[in-house]
Write a protein that binds this ligand. Structure first.
Ligand code: ASP
Ligand code: MG
Length: 428
């Protein structure tokens, strides 16, 4: 008998029929003698609908009231799912984050989970019931409802699994695992059977949207075995437990394996949310980087890639990227608060850029990844605007129009293509 936490996202809970399907799957696990805790998101589109209501009243809704309201989507889906499970003759109980309780800090709209009381859940499991938990929400020390940020149900799932010491946390979604890259960009993308936490974390922060970044951090920190799999695949009955152990979806592990065949690159991530700002003709002396970037970070704008050119005639160009949603704000700050102070000649900006990144723990033991990457881009006539690296990733900033070409050619060059060249994703 295993203790399994299953998390179902909005698409998997998107209609009454889909909820009934989730109930059937939960029943199968239960029938096989496993204890099951299910964490669910709101039905697809519901959270957006609620946010839209709030925004019709205020551009910046009161954070406490926002959480109070936006958390209701999950209250609906937990109770519907518990009803559906009961209809199948299995005991089930639903709980909101506050009922459990999932304790968080007080940062409304992006609260962090601090502690989870598991007694109530454990009692229900011991009584043979399935426990259905509302994702995305918690309660702070004032007894107010908090939410964890968009996509936060993933984090609830992992946190429940950590608190309960579950054997596995399964994230059911509308794709059947983590892919080498987005299958919408190349049909040759391949499903990975395994990926390390470190790689997954890079993939998530570099733009792969399969899991909320914080859930991966959490899983890594508490070493929760995490599996991403499709809620639309019906596993073959009979081989059920084998399925669970073997290769269903993608397992995210701490184990890097001692496999000599470990690929150098595990995946290619890309991010269309970048925008580039170049401050031209700034005097090259100490304090300039700080004079440019401090006002930006004081305004809570995150800076991603940074590049300072070699100086000629005592002046230099200083470039960096920010998220496109914060681009206008960053430009305003530079033009109004920084430009004259530092005597910059010009501020130039470009939002038609994307960041393409290679990710792989195999990079640590293989030289030449960067040079192969640059060579492939050069052969395709793609100009690199900025570069950044870490131990297990290399990112380049390129013109948005070359995204597909870059991803496809790198995917092939690093041996990631599917052998049959056919997409595994239905409809692509
Ligand atoms: N319902 C929330 C959202 O749409 C949380 C989640 O789905 O994970 O962001
Ligand atoms: Mg999600």
């Amino acid at each position: 008998m295993a203790l399994i936490v299953q998390k179902y996202g909005g698409t998997s809970m998107g209609s009454i029929d889909r909820i009934k399907n989730v109930a059937k799957r939960v029943k199968r696990w239960h029938d096989h003698g496993h204890q099951v805790v299910v964490v669910v998101s709101a039905m697809s589109g519901e959270t957006n609908r609620l946010i839209d209501l709030a925004q019709q009243i205020s551009k910046q809704p009161d954070p406490r009231e926002y959480d109070q309201m936006v958390s209701t989507g999950e209250q609906v889906s937990i109770s519907l799912l518990a009803m559906a499970i009961k209809e199948l003759g299995v005991g089930a109980r639903s709980f909101t984050g506050r009922q459990i309780a999932i304790h968080t800090d007080s940062t409304h709209n992006k609260a962090r989970i601090e502690k989870i009381d598991v007694q109530r859940v454990q009692q229900q499991l011991d009584a043979g019931n399935v426990v259905v938990v509302a994702g995305f929400q918690g309660v702070n020390s004032e007894d107010d409802i908090t939410t964890l940020g968009r996509g936060g149900s993933d984090t609830t799932g992992v946190a429940m699994a950590a608190a309960l010491g579950a054997d596995e946390c399964q994230i059911y979604t509308d794709v059947d695992g983590v892919y080498t890259t987005d299958p919408r960009v190349t049909a040759k993308a391949r499903k990975l059977s395994k990926i390390t936490f470190e790689e997954m974390l890079e993939m998530a922060s570099l733009g792969s949207k399969v899991l909320q970044i914080r859930s991966v951090e959490f899983a890594g920190k508490y070493q929760v075995p995490l599996r991403v799999l499709s809620s639309f695949d019906e596993g073959k009955d009979g081989s059920f437990d084998d399925d669970f152990k073997n290769n269903v979806g993608t397992l995210i592990t701490i184990d890097e394996g001692d496999d000599m065949e470990q690929p150098v690159i595990s995946g290619i991530a890309f991010n269309r949310d970048e925008a580039k700002i170049v401050v031209r003709g700034v005097p090259d002396h100490p304090g300039i980087a700080s004079a440019i970037l401090t006002p930006i970070s004081n305004a809570n704008i995150e800076i991603d890639m940074i590049l300072q050119n070699l100086s000629t005639n005592g002046t230099t160009d200083f470039s960096f990227t920010v998220n496109r949603t914060e681009f206008d704000r960053a430009l305003d700050i530079l033009n109004n608060e920084v430009k004259d102070d530092i005597n910059a000649k010009e501020i130039h900006s470009d939002s038609n850029v994307v960041k393409v990144s290679l990710v792989g723990v195999g990079m640590r033991s293989h030289a030449g990844v960067a040079s192969t990457m640059f060579q492939v881009l050069a052969e395709n006539n793609i100009n690199i605007q900025m570069i950044s690296t870490s131990e297990i990733k290399i990112s380049v900033l390129i013109k948005e129009q070359y995204l597909e070409k870059a991803v496809k050619s790198l995917h092939t060059a690093f041996g990631l293509d599917r052998e049959d060249g056919e997409s595994q994703v239905a409809g692509l």
